[in-house]
Unconditional design. Structure first.
Ligand code: SME
Length: 164
């Protein structure tokens, strides 16, 4: 397995501090949702090099629909309750999947994906979508990813969805 490394900072926490500040700066003063989600996905993808795909699925009725992302083309529509994304949206909780082959119902978008973390984005108590990260390594994500991605999702919720 390839060693897990970070583009910025000396540790995963350090990398996330830089990511948080970059996203905060990019979103300040801009209210366009697509632009803000696209820049957020880009910062995450190019700062954490154990991530093979990162993007947003946005709630549209009873479905999640693919939003801004970085990585290979992905499935467009996921029904609530389906896959890791649909389960995170329904349970309103982060789902960390150390090995996608062991998650029943996991939806394969990229056959190289081996682990995944999905964080719901909730604004005014309403689920707006999810933030999804994939890695081609098993066990790529841990509690440091979870706490930092939840903090980033909360910022995105405030800056992108509460402003509407
Ligand atoms: N694996 C996800 C589908 C989305 S892709 O990973 C980009 C899931 O099971 O919901």
């Amino acid at each position: 397995m390839e060693p897990i490394t970070f583009v910025v900072g000396e540790s995963k926490s350090g990398a996330y501090e830089t990511v948080y500040r970059q996203i905060d700066a990019l979103l300040s003063g801009e209210s366009d949702a697509i632009a803000n989600l696209a820049n957020s996905a880009s910062v995450l993808k190019y700062s954490l090099n154990y991530v093979s795909w990162v993007g947003f699925y946005l709630l549209r009725g009873e479905e999640l629909v693919l939003g801004p992302f970085q990585g290979k083309p992905a499935c467009v529509r996921i029904r609530l309750g389906n896959g890791v994304c649909g389960s995170a949206a329904t349970s309103r909780r982060t789902i960390l999947v150390p090995d996608v082959e062991k998650f029943p119902g996991h939806i394969v978008c990229d056959p190289d994906s081996r682990s995944e973390i999905v964080v719901p984005i909730i604004s005014n108590d309403v689920v707006r979508g999810v933030l999804d990260l994939d890695s081609s390594s098993v066990n790529a994500f841990d509690s440091v990813d979870q706490s930092n991605l939840e903090r980033i999702a909360a910022m995105i919720s405030r800056k992108v969805f509460s402003a509407r």
